[in-house]
Design a binder for this molecule. Structure first.
Ligand code: BES
Ligand code: ZN
Ligand code: ZN
Length: 482
């Protein structure tokens, strides 16, 4: 699918089909089309097909970016069943030109995403070209160059999101720490200003990353610490992403119930997001130094498995009592966050499918923004909203600390209370954040939207690419600010 902006009136553009946006469903044209639609027997939500005139009426509920994404998604979903090669559409302007055009592309590209590698029957689409006219739906004028930039940003951010989805959707038997390492190396080879370092278990031992190593001990696959760096000629700030990359989480000896284990291939979503972000950063040529540190491991059972009652000495020197081997993500992150701080970040963001509690508390579509710096959390929340991802800021309080106290070590990996699991997991990570970085750190718990077992909005069944768009939106903001 190619996107092209033509500085021409809609009528002057040639295409197989035309999109007509309807802002009020009760208007006559929509009703007329509805009749035709029913005759032609195509089903869709908020769309009416006028086959005779090769037009598709699409309901536009508003001009928020999310309305734009959803409208183009329903347009695509209807047209993919027809043999339409080229499509023309008017422009839709929300608050910001760049974001509006980026949302158009995202709507199409997310609607088009599928993971059908293992299916005999593959869906393909005839739609090759989408021509966007400079005719604006509500007759507004806008800067063509900004619109073009928007299309480009839309392509890059949507591709990165879909790239993360592919990694997460891939099966655990085919996607191990070594596969992740290969993907990272390939990314560095094909992308400007990106280098990649892969560290094996010997390095992890040398670095005293015992928390990380313990989690992987019962796996037949070796663990990997993957360090991707993007260094442009001039950079304003150094941003570090740390991603939880559990290629599978059985829970370890504190074994998960069968029903809860299913979907745990998605426990690598934080790492997938971190990899996708740096890919997009390079394609966008951002003037920021960005690092993605991925902790790739597998939490399995076996004679060599780490155990509840073990005490692990982490890279930071903090000792950890293992009370539950299913709270493994925080152990991998603890050592990766320690490694990341040696690089002196201006901003440190970790992403992880960390707790079931986060999904229970916020629902499956919302990620948690956790940290010590309220101002940073709020600023991140505001940008994430525009990006199309749902987030919620969660705050620590003084009464939570004692819940992760341990009688035998500096900290316990599992809370003594059944309440507030997303926050106590965040507090556990906070134990590994040095004083000077406390206010520069954010923890994103993406356990919900990382993987949803149904289609929702413009996101299809399975991986959702959680974390990618919100972080990119924040980076774009940073790169443009003084
Ligand atoms: N990977 C899971 C968290 C998870 C659960 C992600 C559901 C997505 C959907 C994590 O490693 C885990 O098992 N956490 C435990 C922690 C507990 C033992 C303290 C949890 O949330 O139950
Ligand atoms: Zn777990
Ligand atoms: Zn996990």
């Amino acid at each position: 699918m190619k996107f092209e902006l033509q500085n021409k009136k809609l009528e002057a553009i040639k295409a197989d089909f035309e999109l007509v946006f309807v802002q009020d469903k009760n208007i006559k044209a929509f009703k007329d089309a509805k009749t035709l639609f029913e005759l032609t027997n195509y089903k869709g939500e908020g769309v009416c097909l006028d086959l005779a005139n090769k037009r598709l009426f699409v309901e536009l509920k508003g001009i928020e970016y999310e309305d734009i994404r959803l409208a183009f998604c329903s347009a695509y979903k209807t047209l993919e069943k027809l043999n339409v090669k080229s499509l023309k559409t008017p422009s839709i302007l929300g608050k910001c030109v760049v974001m509006s055009f980026a949302s158009l592309v995202q709507g199409f590209k997310f609607a088009n995403y599928k993971f059908d590698k293992y299916k005999a029957e593959k869906k393909s689409t005839a739609l090759e070209k989408i021509i966007v006219s400079s005719t604006e739906l509500n007759n507004q004028k806008f800067d063509i160059e900004e619109a073009k930039l928007g299309l480009e940003i839309g392509e890059i951010t949507a591709n990165a999101t879909n790239f993360a989805k592919d990694i997460v959707n891939e099966t655990p038997q085919n996607y191990t720490s070594l596969t992740m390492a290969k993907d990272a190396e390939n990314l560095a080879k094909t992308h400007k200003n990106i280098t990649c370092k892969i560290y094996d278990e010997k390095f992890l031992e040398k670095e005293k990353m015992n928390a990380f190593l313990s989690v992987n001990r019962a796996s037949v696959h070796p663990p990997r610490l993957i360090h991707l760096s993007y260094k442009p000629k001039t950079a304003k700030q150094r941003i570090i992403f740390v991603g939880k990359g559990l290629t599978y989480d059985t829970g370890g000896l504190s074994l998960k119930q069968a029903a809860n284990m299913l979907t745990m291939k998605a426990d690598k979503s934080g790492a997938a997001a971190a990899m996708a972000i740096i890919k997009a950063v390079s394609e966008l040529n951002l003037n920021l130094e960005v690092h993605s540190i991925l902790g790739a491991a597998e939490n399995m059972v076996g004679g060599n498995a780490y155990k509840p009652d073990d005490v692990l000495i982490s890279r930071e020197g903090v000792s950890i009592e293992v009370k539950n081997t299913d709270a493994e993500g925080r152990l991998v992150l603890a050592d990766c966050l320690s490694y990341a701080q040696d690089l002196k970040p201006d901003l440190l963001i970790d992403m992880a499918t960390l707790t079931g509690a986060c999904v229970v508390g916020l629902g499956e579509y919302t990620s948690a923004i956790i940290g010590n710096n309220e101002e940073l959390q709020n600023a991140f929340y505001e940008t994430s909203k525009r990006s199309g991802e749902y987030t919620c800021v969660l705050h620590f309080n003084p009464y939570l600390h004692e819940l992760i106290d341990s009688n035998v070590a500096d900290v316990s990996n599992s809370s003594s209370s059944r309440y507030g699991g997303a926050l106590t997991a965040g507090l556990f990570l906070d134990k590994f954040i040095r004083k000077e970085y406390k206010d520069k750190w954010l923890h994103l718990d993406i356990a919900g939207p990382a993987y949803v077992e149904k289609n929702w909005g413009y996101t299809s069944f399975g991986a959702g690419g959680a974390g990618v768009r919100m972080c990119l939106a924040y980076l774009l903001k940073l790169s443009r600010s003084k």
